[in-house]
Write a new protein. Structure first.
Lengths: 337, 337
DNA sequence: GTGAAAGCGCTAACAC
DNA sequence: GTGTTAGCGCTTTCAC
């Protein structure tokens, strides 16, 4: 493992000059520059990032704090973030918290110990103790909060309008003649879930339909709970003619469960998903869903984070991106009974 | 951001003593130890990992080099690795290469530049130039190679027996009376794909069936290519009665495509997958598949890596884990024509 | 049991 | 343009 000193000795220059060749080549005479570069290329020397980081007080690493790091939904978001981060010399660390607050905080602590320079926060809690009397943006490290928003003002945030998105989805089902629409929700600790629920209520209220608690089932975004919820829904008196699942993964589980119960989708029951994961177009029947612009979410996160990493203050802004209803084959007219 | 020096001043001890309290508390008198600990707890001091790393020449970070970091298959493997790594004080960096050799090498270079201490290699190429005259294990950093094996001896490797696993899968289809079994393979650059193909050939050969090139379609493990391959297969003269897809994701794409073509699974065509991802049990029909022990793969990777991180030489060993045929609803008896 | 001092690999301010 | 020097934060001899 060779260091800058060895390169310097071999090139008969000072370590400082070697460093300059790498960081500010324009300050070095062409002759020495070429001599140094030749040795660097030949030996495959790479600066020790710990030394650089220590000196510059920078790790060039970002940490994403995510309840469930590698779900089909998060995947494109993370991909977009990672690819932009890499372009700017940062690598991305995935901090999978499994919904544990202690793990959220432990990942966040990496910034303090200089293992990371910035945070992408996908949890609805700030993983720091904050002093209420001081503006948030002044006491936080470079940070962007997305998808599950901390219910607080003063952060850089990125999301869609979940309530409106759900409302649009329900309106579409209403337009097909469905009057009894069941819900398979995720866990209520998630603000996005609560907002989608609110959008659902708003839509059916506007349509003059009474809210019926018994056909709104709360799960945890897992496939098993979604199966259970679906079974509960179809055993309801006055069975729903449509089910709105708050994620595509749960919608797939719904559909599979319905078929096992000899119910055809969408002939007997329509199913609407949320997210538009890549499978949505490859399941059977193809899934009608409320699409989130996942790659864009990642892109905007980095747009808000990069300036902070360069020393600018946190922009106090909430970027709301557009959702889109994608109609495929899992929804159809309400059956006449 | 407070450092060891501030703690030392406040506790009226030397920085060395503070360091000892954290690393070798038994060397410090109880009195000073308590005094220092109190201040550390109160201020929330965390050692700067760059400083520690520089001094100890260790980053406590591992990098996983993966062609497609966050596929449904890789997910449980990565999860297992990350959770064990964390227990041992390492964090995991996901290096998604998108099949680009340059990215494989650039992630591997993180070890050289001390950004990582060890490598989990899921690609079938060594991302280093090696000197053939020296034993591999002596010139490589801590490293484990899994799932896509480098075709070379002298590494620590983890995998299943892909050929045997495929053979078992095909034998099951044969036992159902299928005589014409199509294949939707992944890309042939992947050793696991080639091995599965070999297992397929072996099984049909033993059954006295001639290998027919025209019903073996090569894809790239993507959903689109799998759709194309499925369409090709059903337009073949003497259409296959069963399709063996070399991943569950591709199998789901097959099934969806078949339904779009008015073909019922398994009534008209059986579909067999590979991996046993979590969706396999929640698709419609539920997928029969050759299961890989994904969490175990991750666990064994860490079993082979941790000793190396502690300075032991690379174990030259190939751990072959057990696969398992999981019969669900996507396969059935061959239709009689 | 404890402190002083050296040094991990690098960069940047300063002097020439 | 270039070299010398100091120091980023920490751990670990070494002496006491």
């Amino acid at each position: 493992m060779t260091g800058i000193r060895e390169i310097a000795i071999e090139a008969e220059v000072s370590p400082a000059t070697v460093s300059r060749v790498l960081r500010n080549p324009e300050l070095v005479s062409e002759e020495k520059r070429l001599r140094v570069m030749e040795i660097i290329n030949r030996t495959g020397y790479t600066p020790n990032s710990l030394g650089v980081g220590l000196r510059k007080a920078k790790s060039n690493r970002l940490v994403a704090i995510i309840p469930d790091a590698i779900s089909a939904f998060n995947y494109p978001v993370i991909r977009a973030i990672e690819s932009i981060a890499l372009e700017h010399g940062y690598s991305l660390l995935l901090g999978d918290t499994q919904e544990m607050v202690s793990r959220e905080r432990s990942f966040a602590a990496m910034v303090r110990s200089r293992q990371a320079d910035g945070i992408l926060l996908f949890c609805p809690r700030l993983p720091f103790d904050v002093e209420p009397s001081i503006p948030l943006s002044e006491q936080l490290p470079p940070l962007v909060n997305a998808c599950e928003l901390v219910p607080i003002n003063g952060l850089a945030q990125v999301d869609i309008d979940n309530a409106l998105a759900a409302e649009d989805g329900v309106n579409y089902l209403l337009s097909l003649g469905h009057k009894r629409i069941g819900v398979v929700a995720g866990n209520l600790t998630s603000p996005s879930t609560r907002n989608r629920l609110e959008g659902y209520r708003r839509a059916i209220h506007k349509a003059g339909i009474a809210y019926d608690d018994s056909i709104v089932k709360v799960g945890d975004y897992g496939l098993e709970k979604a199966e259970r919820a679906t079974l509960d829904l179809i055993q309801c008196p006055n069975r729903p003619t449509a089910i709105f699942a708050f994620s595509d993964e749960m919608a797939l589980s719904c559909i599979s469960t319905l078929y096992k119960q000899q119910l055809q989708v969408p002939r007997d029951i329509s199913v609407l998903g949320f997210d538009n994961i890549s499978y949505a177009n490859y399941c059977n029947p193809a899934l009608t869903t409320v699409a989130q612009p996942m790659a864009d979410i990642g892109k905007v996160c980095m747009e808000l984070l990069l300036p902070q990493l360069n020393g600018e203050p946190m922009p106090v802004i909430k970027r709301v991106l557009k959702h889109e209803l994608i109609v495929r084959a899992s929804t159809g007219p309400a059956p006449t009974r």
